[in-house]
Every structure is written in structure tokens, then in C-alpha cells.
Design a protein around this ligand. Sequence first.
Ligand SMILES: C[S@@+](CC[C@H](N)C(=O)[O-])C[C@H]1O[C@@H](n2cnc3c(N)ncnc32)[C@H](O)[C@@H]1O
Length: 193
Amino acid sequence: MAVYELAALGRHRWWWRLHRALPRHFRGIRPGRLERTHPERDSLAYGETPAISVRRLLQVSGLAPGARFIDLGSGRGLAALSAASLGYPSEGLELFPEYVERSNRVAAELKLPARFTQGDLVRDPWPEGELYYLASTAFGHQTRQLLLERFNGLPPGALVATLDWSLPLEGRVAFYLPVTWGLALCQLYATES
Ligand SMILES: C[S@@+](CC[C@H](N)C(=O)[O-])C[C@H]1O[C@@H](n2cnc3c(N)ncnc32)[C@H](O)[C@@H]1O
């Protein structure tokens, strides 16, 4: 957790509750280790998007609270749980059931409008939402092609935000966001309306 995040969000009760609940429910799970159990996959880098960056993304998106935030590859659920804490109902799709089960437990304990489902973000159906967030960046060429087709198939006007991946979609805005491994270029797109 960074000092600037503490300074910006430390006065919010939801932020403390989230940062106490996550380590408690994820005790014994080492993010980054699970991913190595699938060496054949090209997309299993681990890192997290801190709450402060989720708040910035939501502000830049212009979406009002109530809009649905979808995290494709939700990991421990930090991004989706942060969005839910800020008033944006969230859903996460995640490959590892170990994450999904615990993220759902955190959401239930904190009474947050966030839900997590086990699935493959490349092939399985995506939840419906207004903003789709993709923070996994270690995708190979073939996976990127498949994901691009999925983005193009989203309903008109849906927003897509990626980290360190430029898409051939209508670009709205690009800005840097702090993530757990440094800064990432976040790019926000709108599907054709
Ligand atoms: C870099 S982490 C990001 C976690 C979270 N979105 C955040 O920003 O805090 C990427 C997550 O995507 C998951 N993931 C990668 N490929 C996936 C796939 N094909 N289907 C579902 N989840 C996947 C990984 O297991 C990991 O938990």
C-alpha cells in the first residue's frame, strides 16, 4: 500500500475494511504462485490495481455511480471490490477458483455489490456492464486477437479500459495509473455507438 493512497483514501472507512478483510480471507494464498501452476498459459502475470487507481479510472470514465464495472481477470478482487465500495456494482471473471471463492466471501462480509465467477476470460461469456477493465497484459498474439474480437462484439457505447495494451478501437483518453508493479498506461475506449 502506497503512502499517497493512504493520504488520499485513509479517511474512508470502506478502504480500511477492504484492506483488513482481503489479507484475512487470502491468508495462505500467495498471488503469483498460483499462476505458475499453469506454465502453458500466456496470460498469468499477477499484479493488482490499487483502489486509488480504480477511483481515478472511474472518474475519468465519466460514468455515474450505479454503472457496472467488469473486471476481466479479477485476481483477489481488489479492483472490483474497490469499484463496488465507490458505488459501482461490480463483477469479476477469474480463472482460479481459489481467488473467486475468497473474493465472494470478502464481498459478502463487507456487504458489497460485487460478485465473482470462475471462468476463462478468453472463451467464457462476460457479465454485462458499462465498463470492462482488463489489467492482465502478458497476453500472447493469439489471445490478443481473440480478445479483440470479444471487445468488438460488446454492445455499442460500452467502455473498455486496458493497461499497457493499445486497441484498434475509438480511443477516448490515455493516462498513467499507479499499479502494484509501477505505473501502467491506462487507455480508455468506447465501442462504436
Ligand atoms: C494482473 S492480475 C489483475 C488482477 C485484478 N484485475 C487487478 O487489477 O487488481 C491478472 C489476473 O487475471 C487472471 N487471468 C489471466 N488470464 C485469465 C483467463 N484467461 N481467464 C480468467 N482469468 C485470467 C489471472 O489469474 C490474474 O488473477
